[in-house]
Ligand binder design. Structure first.
Ligand code: ZN
Length: 130
């Protein structure tokens, strides 16, 4: 099964699971909750586990957009440990589930979104970020 087929199969499985939470209200509120849980799992990696650190300061801009991009910092230091990687990945998966659920309720194929965003990235390059 190639990646495009996997994306379609994932959305099909989500739709099969969705019948219990088919309400647009349930799905949109669960999408918001899963977003908060995902952010919380990353914050816990910082504040409870300590495997990653956040050190932030003003971004330094230099002449030329391309030169600036290479100097931008993520403000993240170190790497997620195995346990935090598992937790964050799980929350990302749940978030993806509810995102895909919303796509299905609105009858938008998930693969179409990947295709469109890939096209936008390829076309707009550095100017993609809004
Ligand atoms: Zn950790």
């Amino acid at each position: 099964m190639d990646e495009k087929q996997q994306i379609r199969e994932f959305q099909r499985k989500v739709e099969q699971t969705l019948f219990r939470h088919r309400s647009f209200l349930d799905v949109t509120s669960m999408l918001q909750e899963s977003n908060a849980r995902l952010t919380r799992s990353v914050m816990r990696a910082v504040t409870e586990c300590g495997c990653i650190e956040i050190r932030a300061s003003r971004q330094e801009y230099s002449k030329g957009l391309q030169n600036s991009i290479h100097k931008y910092r993520s403000h993240l230091y170190h790497n997620l440990c195995e346990s935090c990687t598992d937790l964050v990945s799980t929350e990302m998966g749940k978030h993806l589930f509810y995102f895909t659920s919303l796509c299905s309720l609105l009858e938008i194929p998930l693969s179409q979104i990947f295709k469109q965003e890939l096209k936008n990235l390829s076309t707009l390059g550095f100017f993609y970020l809004r």
